[in-house]
Design a protein around this ligand. Structure first.
Ligand code: BGC
Length: 760
């Protein structure tokens, strides 16, 4: 049988795994081993990266031409497809701030189409490690600090992508310190692991994700790429995952035999450790041919399961950054902006500053009325920069990005707009003083935060590098990538100091803004009371030292190719701010757990983010779930009813302001008598016109209540009374209600598997 026969058998209804087993039986030993690492010879691949940069062609693996097995071609994300002139969407953290899984599914669909158009079939951009600490260098690649929220958003992305391609969720597990990722051992007990660091992965496995990527770090003493407890006992035996597992890139495994025996299917991206050592490991009994067969069958079965999707013709390259996708990027960027603070001009400490030179306003400073803005001072180097986020594996080489300054100029054609990069304080202050309003853009770039390739601590692993490439394979690779080598990076990437555009940010050194930014904000605020600050960053920034000196603060993230237009729409009031924080903003960094970027070991527990702040009695500066709009909402009635397999919550939201707007109803639960903290179990977005009421319905699957039973080593829903708080953010008392979940003996639900209630 060839792959074509296998496709037919599956189309006729035969189980893909059974068909895959038959196809694997046709393979030679060499062909089977070939499937268990990337197809590219190591030295040719590394040389290509060094000379050309990262983002030129997909990484192929598991192709067996003799039998027609297509293998897969991997391309990264998450803010878009990293190959070609793709659409750069806002980073995942920004998308997390939309609290809008339907919108995220649309992003996934657009990414899936673009992915196929560049010749890839596997999207590596479902990054869902919970944000244990905002200084994590790759914070922007995930959706936030809460496992439930992260799981819903990651599942939504997966759903969209997998309409066109396969998706890969990463990095399993506990990968949330960047600089130490190759060496840090995370110790975590069973309860915290299963209730905090894994539920979102489970959610995405339940969604049907094709592939899981293991993390570099180790968990409880075993490197994740060689961790049987994670890759087999948990993923396959407990969760029933049917896809395959790939390693993270280069040194994602250390031991060929151990990794296979643990359940890691494909070493990515090159022929490296396994190509050198796996046969010997099998001979020595460290791994077996049965394990080889099992892994290859999982890969082939997954390709067959996705055959209908992958056999559909790939879209034309013209789909890359097409008008529809750019419009979607703008919609998402608009929905992601979080209005943290919006006070009348002259309120708070700013009142002691100089008198406003612009027109007096009694309401909040935002939105600005274009008619009142004769002159606008735009301040800060980031206002005029193409600043799309990380410069590592998630970098999207987007063309024609709209900066914040561009967006404001477009939105305020009748205003005179000055720009000052802030290098001359005197000139900046003079411009701000003469303007009707000032907008300061402050935050970070890829140099402050992002993937870290610097002194990664892999020197001691050099002995694992293979001998010289097989010449024929190297020649085949060179021929395959030759057409891509000529692709030139866009100017903002080409201008970077690092070789081939790959840039290293690493873990953020501080949660504060740079001193120069803080000084600039203070100087501008002192010169113009109508000062609005927008923060560009991949996660929370501690702003309590200055936020009360300005009337308005927005968090606008790395907002993608259309981010400048989106922010301008919000500032002038053409669009309503509706983002909600996907992570808490503490008043001081010391309220969070520590992040040691050079840790060899670290203990993770459940106490991070808003859970920790609440436990310690530290009020956040801005709570998880927080976000203002230009209108106001009141939560009225709320009810909860227990269904067979979940809880249905209905709530009424009344728009008490003067504009249409969108609110997010959040449901938090606590089992009476439990030592677990309250947790988010559901949310729903609702649009309401001024003066109107709208009902929102949130269906909560029973497994959102599950706790780890460390005796049964299983997730269980305990019977009892669950106090529910239906609220507008984590610190909002909201409306309280309760449901009683009966014990299983009483016929009620208790196990977490079984049918789920309909999701939004
Ligand atoms: C990153 C992964 C990424 C892979 C491929 C690794 O360094 O940790 O997230 O998918 O490279 O680019």
């Amino acid at each position: 049988m060839r792959f074509e026969g296998a496709q037919e058998a599956v189309a006729a209804g035969t189980d893909p795994h059974a068909v895959a087993v038959d196809l694997v039986a046709e393979m030679s030993d060499a062909e089977k081993l070939w499937c268990l690492d990337g197809d590219v010879p190591c030295w040719a691949g590394l040389g290509y990266l060094a000379n050309n940069g990262y983002h030129k062609s997909p990484f192929p693996a598991a192709r067996v031409p003799r039998l027609g097995v297509p293998g897969f071609a991997f391309a990264d994300g998450p803010r878009g497809v990293v190959i070609g002139p793709a659409t750069c969407f806002p980073v995942s953290m920004a998308r997390g701030a939309t609290w809008d899984p339907e919108l995220e599914t649309r992003v996934g669909e657009a990414i899936g189409e673009e992915l196929r158009a560049v010749g890839a079939t596997l999207f590596g951009g479902v990054c869902v490690n919970v944000l244990r600490h905002p200084a994590w260098g790759r914070a922007q690649e995930t959706y936030g600090e809460d496992p439930f929220h992260v799981g819903e958003m990651g599942a939504a992305l997966t759903r969209g992508v997998q309409r066109h391609a396969m998706a890969c969720v990463k990095h399993l597990a506990c990968n949330s310190i960047e600089n130490a990722r190759f060496k840090v051992d995370v110790t975590v007990d069973e309860t915290a692991l299963h209730e905090v660091y894994l539920p979102h992965f489970k959610r995405i496995v339940d969604e049907g994700v094709a592939v899981v990527m293991s993390a570099y770090n180790s968990v409880n003493g075993d490197f994740c790429g060689e961790n049987r407890a994670l890759l087999t006992d948990l993923l396959r035996d407990e969760w029933g995952f049917r896809g395959f597992v790939i390693s993270d890139w280069i040194f994602g495994i250390r031991d060929a035999g151990r990794s296979l025996a643990a359940g890691l299917d494909v070493e990515m991206p090159y022929r490296m450790i396994r190509a050198t050592h796996l046969e010997e490991a099998i001979r020595s009994g460290e791994a077996s041919w049965a394990e080889v067969d099992g892994s290859v069958a999982r890969i082939v079965a997954t390709l067959l399961r996705f055959d209908a999707v992958l056999s559909a013709p790939a879209p034309e390259p013209s789909v890359l950054a097409c008008p529809a996708h750019r419009a979607l990027a703008r919609e998402v960027a608009t929905r992601s902006v979080v209005l943290l603070r919006n006070e009348p001009v002259g309120s708070g400490p700013v009142a002691s500053g100089p008198v406003a030179s612009g027109p007096a306003a009694s309401g909040p400073v935002l939105p600005v009325d274009p008619a009142t803005i004769g002159t606008l001072a735009v301040v800060g180097p980031l206002a005029a920069a193409v600043n799309l986020g990380d410069g590592g594996s998630s970098d999207v080489w987007a063309r024609d990005a709209v900066t914040i300054l561009d967006g404001l100029r477009e939105a305020l054609p009748g205003s005179s707009i000055s720009f000052s990069d802030g290098s001359s304080t005197a000139a900046t202050v003079a411009a701000a003083r003469d303007a009707d309003a000032a907008i300061v853009v402050a935050g970070y770039t890829y140099l402050d935060e992002g993937e870290y390739i610097g002194r990664s601590g892999t020197a001691h692993l050099a002995h694992l590098l293979p001998g010289p490439d097989v010449p024929d394979l190297a020649a085949r690779f060179e021929a395959e990538v030759a057409p891509h080598a000529t692709v030139r990076p866009p100017p903002h990437v080409a201008a970077r100091p690092s070789a081939a555009g790959f840039a290293t940010g690493g873990d953020r050194a501080s949660l504060r803004l740079h001193d120069a930014d803080v000084a600039l904000i203070r100087a501008v605020a002192a010169a113009n009371p109508r000062t609005i600050v927008t923060i560009v960053a991949g996660s929370p920034v501690v702003i309590s030292e200055w936020d009360h000196h300005v009337p308005a603060v927005l968090q606008s993230w790395y907002a993608g190719t259309e981010g400048g237009r989106a922010l301008a729409d919000i500032i002038v009031g053409r669009a309503e701010p509706s983002g909600r924080l996907p992570c808490s903003v503490p008043r001081v960094e010391a309220h969070l757990p520590t992040l040691d970027a050079d840790a060899d070991t670290v203990a993770y527990d459940r106490w991070h983010g808003w859970w920790r702040l609440e436990r310690d009695g530290h009020a956040p500066a801005y709570p998880f779930g927080w976000g203002l709009g230009y209108t106001t909402f009141v939560l009225e009635e709320a009810r909860a009813v227990l269904l067979g397999t979940g809880i249905r919550i209905t709530a009424t939201v009344r728009n008490t302001g003067g504009r249409s707007g969108s609110d997010v109803v959040q449901v938090y639960a606590h089992r009476r008598g439990s030592d677990r903290p309250r947790r988010l179990i559901g949310f729903g977005r609702v649009d309401v016109d001024p003066g109107d009421r709208a009902e929102v319905r949130v269906d909560v699957a029973m497994d959102a209540l599950a706790e780890r039973d460390v005796h049964a080593h299983a997730m269980v829903v305990r019977s009892g009374t669950y106090d529910l708080r239906i609220a507008r953010h984590a610190a909002d008392p909201g409306i309280s209600t309760a449901v009683h979940v009966p014990s299983r003996a009483g016929g009620g639900p208790s196990a977490t598997d079984g049918p789920r209630p309909p999701r939004r």
